[in-house]
Design a binder for this molecule. Structure first.
Ligand SMILES: [Fe+2]
Ligand SMILES: [Fe+2]
Length: 243
């Protein structure tokens, strides 16, 4: 795309998007919510097996829903937290773009199976933590990218093995792209968490369990994807303290 075309194409939708969804609502974290999928408590989402066509679609739908929420949470980090260095906003805009790419890849694959995003129930764990940490940037960095997104680093290889056993090579491929990019997102979370701790004179190692308890973060369980977590900037000591 030419520089002129890309400027025009990218700029036009910005104002309608922000005016309908975000501006003027700083009190609470909001996102553009489609009428579907219906949201239910996590315990009411049935377990999904990749070994039936519908089960595989349900599993892909659940991952697509996480990616959809991730677009909103990256954009929320951009507009909510004022006074950060320019690199913070660049980082989170990049994350939002990559999350939109992940969502699109999964949605297209789901459509290829005869389903679409919105066809199944979903739950909102990722977004709830985004709302809970709306007034605390340190907790947001600690608990969204470097806890919930980092959990995706651990979950992805076993998920890929499941899809491979079910004969879905495309899903395995898409998850490889997601895993590669998510290492970058968790690294961004680690970078800004440490940056904020240093700015505010906080000890990042000691603070993390305090924040996890205060905001009721989900407990992380091993096995951890040490290689991906190291690549995302976790020290061995941090990984050892997780579970
Ligand atoms: Fe993603
Ligand atoms: Fe991400």
């Amino acid at each position: 795309m030419s520089p002129i075309a890309s400027l025009v194409t990218c700029t036009q939708p910005i104002w309608p998007f922000f005016s309908r969804s975000l501006i003027g609502r700083r009190g609470r974290a909001r996102k553009r919510r489609p009428s579907r999928p219906p949201l239910v408590p996590p315990k009411d989402v049935p377990t999904r097996t990749p070994f039936t066509p519908e089960g595989r679609a349900r599993l892909l739908h659940a991952i697509a829903h996480i990616e959809f929420n991730a677009i909103n949470l990256a954009l929320d980090a951009v507009w909510r937290f004022a006074g950060m260095p320019a690199a913070f906003y660049r980082d989170w805009l990049r994350v939002a773009g990559e999350e939109a790419h992940h969502f699109t890849l999964l949605r297209e694959h789901l459509q290829g199976l005869g389903f679409d995003y919105g066809d199944f129930d979903a739950h909102d764990g990722l977004w709830l933590m985004t709302q809970r940490t709306a007034h605390d940037i340190v907790a947001r960095m600690a608990l969204v990218p470097r806890t919930l997104e980092a959990r995706g680093l651990d979950a992805t290889p076993p998920l890929q093995a499941k899809f491979a056993r079910a004969g879905d090579a495309r899903a395995v491929e898409i998850l490889s792209i997601i895993l590669r990019d998510e290492v970058g997102h968790v690294a961004i979370g680690n970078h800004w968490y440490r940056w904020l701790c240093e700015r505010d004179g906080l000890d990042p190692l000691a603070l993390y369990p305090e924040l996890a308890a205060r905001y009721d973060a989900p407990r992380l369980r091993p096995p951890f994807n040490r290689e991906a977590r190291r690549a995302a900037g976790f020290s061995d000591e941090e990984i050892d303290r997780l579970g």
